[in-house]
Structures are given as C-alpha cells and as structure tokens.
Design a protein around this ligand. Structure first.
Ligand code: SAM
Length: 254
C-alpha cells in the first residue's frame, strides 16, 4: 500500500465502555491497527474487532516500548496506509503523552485527529458522588500529578482547601507523603480526602478519610489505578441517583 493512512489519538475514558464517545466507537470499529496503553479497559479494546491490537503501554516502570519507538510505529503504520487508533485511558491530553505523539505525527506529515475522552480526573470523583466544583464549597479544581513530590509541591504551593479542590493522578504510591506535604503547607489536618481506585471498572473502590489519616497510612502502589481528591468537596456524596439507575438496569436485565 502506498497511500497515507490516518491516525486517531483516542481517549478511552476511565473504564466502562458506555463512557466512550460515539466518535471513539466509530474509530475503533473501522481501525486496522490499535496501539493501546495500560489502563485501557479490555471491554473497550474488544470493540476493535477487525483490528490488529498491540499493547505499547507503560505501567509502574514497565515499558513495553519507548516513546520514540511508539512514534516511529505510528508513522510507519500510517505510511503503509493503515487506519490506526492510538488508544489511551481517560483523555489523551491529560497526562497521556498525547501531545508528544501529535507533535511527532505533525513533524512526519501524517494526517491525524484527537478524539477526547472522559478524564478520570473528573469521572473518578463523579463515581464517588464527588463534584469537583460545588457552589459555595469550591470554585476551582487543580489536576496535578502525584508521581514526583517536588513537582506536586510546586503546583500546590499557595492553594487553600476552601478555595480549590485538588485532584491527584498518579499519586497512589505517594499518597501518605502527598497528604503530609499539604498539612505542612497549611492545609488543616481535618480536610476531607477521598481515594477512588478502579473507578468505572469491576474493581472500583472508594475510601474517604481526612488528610491526617491519609498521611499516617503507608505508601505503596495498589493493584488498581487510583485518583485522590483533597478538599471540602471530598466530604460530599451525590451518588444516590446514579446508584438507583444502575440497580434498576440490573433488575430489568434479570
Ligand atoms: C498516566 S495517567 C493517565 C490519565 C488519563 N489520561 C486520564 O485522563 O484519565 C494514569 C492515572 O489516571 C488515574 N486513573 C486512570 N484510570 C483510573 C480509574 N479507573 N480510576 C481511578 N483513577 C484512574 C490514576 O491516577 C492513574 O495513575
């Protein structure tokens, strides 16, 4: 094949395939090749029935391919005329390195598009009934990586728990240190916190506590990916409607 193919950098959302955009589903159905990351739900990958599907992800330091090798693979596949889906958890431009891939495709002259996905930064708290902003409680939210403590501290310096909600991705392994660091920066020890793991997957779990309780827990990576929420909104629980609807769906399926 000599014609140039096309690359769709697609957000897979947090897990549940019902949270995919219609465009994402269409791209998956017609793809020749799907290159997917860690944390993409197997039910989403399965939608690409006619495609060859390869894991190219990075999880907890285990790299299947380097970023440069992924760029080269995308360019090579498109030049062979394939319809390629580059599938990433959540949204491709939120801690997903989608920007680097878009720039590499631009530099190589490959036509591509970005299909946004629902980021876990919003979807994981929502699953726990936590609105990231709430009138009279929090008028802003800051999405920050918890992977590197010094980068986290630079981002949160000067923030106040009664003004901003902190949503921390990639912070599970450092959760006690992150909580302790906020207390050192003047956040009250009693500030509500929530730890949401595996949101919108069969493994989902929600734990609520305070900053000081979390700071006293032990660090370490759990099996499921997790999102941390720090701030007054973490004490809210607005999930009753969703829970009722899902139990109705289950009952009518029986
Ligand atoms: C490399 S970042 C990618 C984020 C992704 N692009 C997004 O928009 O959701 C991976 C982090 O997202 C969060 N995450 C991904 N899936 C999740 C889920 N189902 N439940 C809770 N957090 C999740 C975790 O903090 C995980 O460490």
């Amino acid at each position: 094949m000599t014609s140039t193919g096309f690359v769709s950098i697609v957000g897979a959302g947090p897990g549940d395939p019902d949270l995919l955009t219609r465009k994402a589903v269409r791209r998956l159905r017609r793809a020749d090749l799907v290159l997917y990351d860690a944390l993409v739900d197997p039910r989403v990958i399965a939608i690409a029935r006619r495609a060859s599907r390869f894991y190219v992800g990075k999880r907890a330091g285990r790299h299947a391919l380097t970023q440069d090798a992924i760029h080269a693979l995308l360019v090579r596949a498109a030049r062979r005329g394939l319809l390629v889906v580059r599938l990433k958890g959540g949204d491709p431009f939120v801690f997903g390195r989608g920007g680097e891939e878009a720039l590499a495709l631009t530099a190589a002259g490959i036509p591509f598009e970005v299909v946004p996905g629902i980021t876990s930064a919003v979807a994981a708290p929502a699953r726990a009934g936590i609105p990231v902003t709430h009138r009279g409680v929090s008028s802003a939210f800051l999405v920050v990586s918890g992977h590197d403590l010094s980068a986290f501290e630079a981002a949160v310096n000067g923030t106040q728990p009664d003004a901003v909600t902190l949503v921390v991705l990639m912070g599970m392994a450092n959760r006690a240190r992150l909580a302790a660091s906020l207390i050192e920066r003047g956040w009250p020890a009693s500030t509500p916190a929530a730890v949401i793991t595996g949101a919108w997957t069969p493994e989902e779990h929600v734990a609520r506590c305070t900053l000081v309780e979390l700071s006293l827990a032990s660090d370490g990576a759990p099996d499921a990916p997790g999102t941390l929420v720090f701030g007054e909104v973490a004490a809210l629980a607005c999930a009753a409607v969703a829970a009722t609807y899902e139990s109705r769906e289950r009952a009518s399926a029986r």
